[in-house]
Write a protein that binds this ligand. Sequence first.
Ligand code: NAP
Ligand code: ZN
Length: 354
Amino acid sequence: MSTTANAYAAHSADAPLAPFSLTRRDVQPGDVAIDILFCGVCHSDLHTARSEWGGTLYPCVPGHEIVGRVTAVGASVSKFAIGDVVGVGCMVDSCGHCPSCNDGEEQYCETTGFVGTYNGPDTVLGGYTFGGYSDHIVVDQGFVLSVSHDEADLAAVAPLLCAGITTYSPLRHWKVGPGQKVGIVGLGGLGHMGVKIAAAMGAEVYVFSTSPNKRDDAIRLGAKELIVSKDADAMAAHANSFDFILDTVAASHDLDALTSLLKRDGTLTLVGVPEHPHPSPTVGNLIFKRRAIAGSLIGGIAETQEMLDFCRDHKLTADIEMIAINEIDTAYERMVRSDVKYRFVIDMASLKTV
Ligand code: NAP
Ligand code: ZN
């Protein structure tokens, strides 16, 4: 039986989010039905709700940092049982047989592209997918993660499903570890997880920030220093010294100021996806030291499980501010002002009282 989910949706790019009902599919043989306990608030939710990237389908139910409890499983599901605590991140499906899917890099699916947890094509019901700002969801078991942190930490685990994996994956891919000097640009949801994870991997971590008042937090999270990115002298003091820089900034900015801080063969990897493009970087800055600018998209399912287990073992969760669902518009406004410490998480029980 398909079910009706209570949710919050954006009905247009400039309207506040509002209550909305949607249909979840019957549990298929390979599906897991999940009651959502907590859902993190990613800047991608805001970009999509406001159609800053274009292509948003309305009504839009954002949310791809989901932690919840299994309430039903399909006949062929063996990995999960009723009562298990599980997570769902940015993807709910992919083609399953292209070279990237075969490599466990479903986020780079080469045939259909990955199916986003929201605003993606719904291959079972038709229409498009609705995300985690809702009371339950039905997901193919191949896109469900096991959560084994302490139950008391589950709200702070939710942001790992996007902010955690989006920083863990490039830090692993570019082999960040002991003896390396690593920069994290932007101390927001992604950035603060990047600091924690890179420090846990053994790197010496520096934060580049537009917010000098985040210095104490940066150091508490594991950084050696916070460098104010608007301070040209402070930046110049670190010229040619970084092995790797991860840029999580959600707005257009000058990349040359960062590439010039890389050592020979260093890489600046972009994960922030601003509404407007960055100014074109200077080629000379790259070729004279064989520096690279790269990009990275979330992470595969197997790597997401690896990240969750790594974070459990290193006792890492997000620093969160819990909100009720009807506070979501205020949370978005604060996110635009870089006033998030360091991830909003929606307590989904609040859906019952609005
Ligand atoms: P967030 O919590 O809003 O953090 C972004 C941070 O960037 C802010 O806290 C701020 O840090 C800094 N910042 C904001 N405006 C800036 C500006 N004009 N110039 C310089 N720095 C600025 O956002 P998030 O959830 O971490 O997401 C960050 C970006 O990553 C978004 O574009 C999101 O869509 C994208 N994303 C990408 C992927 C992927 O797979 N590649 C996955 C998830 C999200 P300071 O105060 O420290 O300067
Ligand atoms: Zn996200």
